[in-house]
Ligand binder design. Structure first.
Ligand code: NDP
Length: 318
């Protein structure tokens, strides 16, 4: 699918890492509306400065009165990108209800759209061998030692999305996003780990080998969104959405350390921040390749969040 022009597009989660670049890119040639709580007024101002219309919507604000908080929002969007997520703070009931009901209400409101894209996660896959390349049909198991509620909420919401795609006849894609990183929001894994490295915190790693992932820059995410809309079907299309390269987390953090001169302290342990690597066959067939290589992408994103953090010596190795 070509980059859409003149369309009316609805995006949730645009104040976060993943969807902001897509929102800003699409706003160049389309009418883009963003929904969220906008707890940071500066971020909302940044979106509005680019011609994006913002409206208050809290996925958690639903109740027995049947109001969904979408009364003030138009319902004639052509495309929807739903990236908002409540990751949860330990309350499983809450995270399942907020995400699945909020998403169901959003889909129902936008039932006349040509396509609906729901961003899910690689965290829904059952742990396998560290170097396994996950396909879309691999076993699922919503378990995370670090953030137990998160994959449960995502998997439950995938179920709601599949059901509504069929009952509403709304063409839908469920894209299971891998490790994202970019200049906005929390920056993603490289930036989160770099902050920990600056604080002198150790990084837990497996006793043997390392965790692998398929990291993807938010510029590539923005580039792929139109293709994922074009891939939307009833029943929903499911696709693993990552970058072109499989990267070991230990290698990635060693690269961050080399770029910045900040040491990284790897500590083998039983409880680690698990990620998975993808077989990218289906993703490539739907939306094509990426443009950022992970080494250049990580360097650019570190500089965006911490200007001047890349050492002079590392700059000369470009
Ligand atoms: P962030 O934590 O950066 O942002 C979360 C977004 O969700 C914010 O825009 C926030 O908006 C919105 N949000 C949270 N709670 C609510 C609510 N109750 N009502 C409405 N909006 C809400 O998330 P990311 O950008 O990292 O992730 C975006 C999507 O991508 C998520 O669905 C996530 O599961 C998925 N994903 C992300 C990965 C990553 O590496 N970052 C990897 C795999 C999947 P506001 O605060 O303004 O309301």
């Amino acid at each position: 699918m070509q980059t859409p022009t003149g369309k009316k597009i609805l995006i949730t989660g645009a104040t976060g890492l993943v969807a902001r670049t897509a929102a800003e890119t699409l706003a160049r040639d389309n009418e883009v509306w963003c929904l969220g709580r906008f707890s940071d007024p500066e971020t909302e101002r940044g979106l509005r400065d680019r011609g994006i219309r913002t409206r208050r919507w809290d996925m958690a604000a639903y109740g027995p009165d049947g109001r969904d908080g979408l009364d003030e929002v138009p319902d004639d969007f052509t495309h929807v990108l739903h990236a908002a997520v409540e990751r949860g703070d330990g309350d499983f009931e809450d995270v399942v209800a907020v995400n699945s009901v909020g998403t169901g209400r959003l889909m129902t409101h936008c039932r006349s759209a040509e396509s609906f894209l729901f961003i899910s996660t690689s965290a829904v896959y059952a742990p396998g061998a560290l170097d396994h390349r996950y396909t879309e049909t691999d076993p699922l198991a919503a378990h995370s030692a670090f953030l137990p509620t998160y994959p449960v909420g995502k998997l439950a919401t995938e179920g709601a999305v599949r059901a509504l795609a069929v009952t509403l006849g709304l063409p839908t894609t469920i894209a299971r996003l891998n490790v994202a990183y970019g200049p906005h929001g929390h920056g993603g894994a490289p930036v989160i780990h770099y902050r920990a490295m600056l604080a002198g915190q150790p990084v837990a790693v497996p006793h043997t080998d390392q965790h692998y992932c398929s990291p993807i820059h938010t510029d590539d995410i923005a580039r792929h969104v139109p293709g994922l809309w074009a891939a939307a079907t009833v029943p929903a299309t499911v696709v693993n959405w990552g970058g072109d390269e499989v990267v070991g987390i230990t290698d990635l953090l060693a690269h961050v350390s080399e770029l910045t001169g900040v040491p990284v302290d790897f500590v083998p342990g039983d409880v680690t921040r698990a990620v998975v690597a993808y077989d990218d066959t289906r993703r490539r067939s739907l939306v094509g390749p990426c443009e950022w290589s992970w080494r250049d992408g990580v360097r650019q994103v570190l500089e965006a969040h911490f200007p001047g953090c890349v050492t002079a010596a590392a700059r000369q190795t470009r």
